[in-house]
Ligand binder design. Structure first.
Ligand code: PLP
Length: 221
């Protein structure tokens, strides 16, 4: 299927409440424009340099999400325009994002990334680390970031029951943080989980934001 048809059929198949982030990493600007002309406005990238280049070449009404591991020394390059950062895994990173957002007179939505997969290579926090971060005095003083929810990646596995279990645990973390710290905060509402291979399970388990690359754009070049 081509990009336009993929987006249209996904939009029909997926509940309206679920936001689709089109993951355009490694895809050319021309492919992003095709998706844009099919009505897609939210795109996700995982490399700072690539994102900055694409941002400068594409329409200004695109909402950009950063979904990869982010080094603190690169935050300043994306702070002027980034809308969502899915990969918060330390207070240090969050503090730097806040600092750069302030400089740019912006508020940046952030998601806490949890480690839910079996693989050790995937970044992310556990529940204790997340709570320590949220309870810190430094966190309380950050006014230019907005905690918007949590994100996680399941194991790279054919075992759908394992994947489901991991998504369930991420949802539990989300619900616990929501009820403990953010029950009055309307912005803390996102559960970013699900990729091309597992988004149907993720939606069944309560995902509100799915990150789809291959299923929209085809295999990455
Ligand atoms: C690449 C990537 C995706 C999209 O992966 P697909 O399997 O192509 O849908 C989603 N989330 C993250 C964090 C990624 O790095």
């Amino acid at each position: 299927m081509n990009i336009v048809d993929s987006i249209k059929s996904l939009r029909l198949a997926i509940p309206e409440r679920v936001v689709i982030v089109a993951v355009s990493k490694t895809q050319p600007v021309s492919a992003i424009l095709e998706a844009y002309h099919a009505g897609q406005r939210i795109f996700g990238e995982n490399k700072v340099q690539e994102l900055v280049m694409k941002h400068s070449q594409l329409p200004p009404d695109i909402e950009w999400h950063f979904i990869g591991h982010l080094q603190t020394n690169k935050v300043r390059y994306i702070a002027p325009f980034i809308d969502f950062i899915h990969s918060i895994d330390s207070l240090k990173l969050l503090t730097e994002i806040n600092r750069e957002a302030l400089k740019n007179h912006r508020i940046i939505d952030c998601l806490l990334q949890f480690h839910i997969a079996r693989e050790e290579t995937k970044f992310g926090l556990n529940l204790t680390e997340a709570k320590t971060l949220i309870e810190s005095e430094i966190f309380r003083q950050l006014k230019n970031i907005r905690m918007a929810g949590v994100m996680g990646m399941s194991s790279f596995s054919e075992d759908s029951e394992l994947v489901r279990k991991e998504f369930k645990s991420l949802r539990d973390y989300f619900l616990e943080l929501k009820s403990t710290y953010f029950s009055q905060d309307v912005f803390f509402k996102h559960l970013s989980m699900g990729m091309s291979g597992d988004y149907t399970i993720a939606i069944e388990e309560g995902s509100s934001l799915i990150r789809l690359g291959t299923i929209i754009f085809g295999n990455r070049p």
